[in-house]
Design a protein around this ligand. Structure first.
Ligand code: SAM
Length: 265
């Protein structure tokens, strides 16, 4: 029971963080734009399809999908993200305020699911995957990106030198993703794992970008306040190990992209 309550609380906090970033998200979303575009070659060529954008955020890619497919649904659990998307995206898109762990759609009604940088927030991930496969028609496809272990390793290891609190969310490994999707119900037919390194002027720039995206809720963080000035200073000194020429602070995002097919039972 207590796990269920804490999971629910955690989801509400994640939705709140993303919601408070709905207006700053699009200007901060350089990784999200890169990863979302890079899924385009895997998109189905047929147009008469029902498509679900799972974790649609501000609806940038939902809008792109709506220019190709007959029926497009954008689903997100942040009302503020949905309100933003509704205000500026294609009027034919159907928007659903819902949790990826409980998708309010009938079994086998969707031809194709697109999900860009959402699954790293879904806990427990197996339930979200089960839901995707439930609403997908047999033979339907899922194309997704997520971040895996190794993401923000510079920030994580610099904080580990200073305290034992959580400063970076827990990411699944590439192998775990394989285990989740390669089952008797579905198979990964193509995948790619790559390190994308973004440059920052300093660590505050990185922290501000994560906040601007709403990607800053840490479920296991013990000390909820701001970390003290001394700790910040010590952490940034450790981060300097990774400095690139011209005093650029790099941050690595280990990006996993997958094309999954639902098998016929
Ligand atoms: C990093 S943003 C990505 C948004 C969009 N896919 C894009 O490419 O810009 C993650 C989005 O997933 C949503 N999200 C996270 N966990 C979710 C869940 N369990 N159910 C529904 N939406 C979720 C967040 O509210 C947020 O809008």
């Amino acid at each position: 029971m207590s796990i269920i309550i804490s999971n629910h609380k955690n989801k509400m906090k994640i939705a709140e963080s993303f919601g408070s970033a709905s207006k700053s998200y699009d200007v901060s979303a350089r990784l999200q734009r890169f990863s979302g575009k890079h899924l385009m070659p895997w998109l189905p060529k047929k147009n008469a399809l029902t498509v679900l954008d799972l974790g649609s955020g501000t609806g940038f890619f939902t809008d792109v999908l709506a220019s190709s497919y007959d029926q497009v649904i954008g689903l997100d659990f942040s009302k503020k993200m949905l309100d933003f998307a509704k205000s500026c995206r294609n009027k034919n898109i159907v928007w659903l305020e819902a949790d990826a762990h409980k998708v309010p759609l009938q079994n086998e009604t969707v031809d194709f699911i697109y999900s860009n940088l959402v699954l790293q927030w879904c806990q427990p991930l197996d339930i979200a995957i089960k839901e995707m496969l439930r609403v997908l028609k047999p033979g339907g496809t899922i194309v997704f990106t997520t971040l895996v272990d190794g993401t923000l390793h510079e920030l994580k290891s610099s904080w580990e030198k200073v305290d034992d609190d959580q400063h970076v969310i827990d990411f699944k490994t590439e192998q775990q993703l394989g285990e989740y999707f390669n089952t008797s119900h579905s198979i990964i037919v193509e995948h790619k794992c790559q390190d994308v390194t973004l440059d920052y002027q300093n660590v505050i720039h990185l922290a501000r970008e994560l906040k601007g995206l709403g990607a800053n809720h840490l479920p296991r963080k013990k000390n909820r306040g701001l970390s003290g000035k001394d700790k910040w200073f010590a952490m940034t000194e450790h981060y300097k190990r990774f400095l690139k020429p011209n005093d650029i602070y790099p941050a690595t995002y280990r990006l996993y992209s997958g094309l999954v097919v639902k098998l016929s039972s």
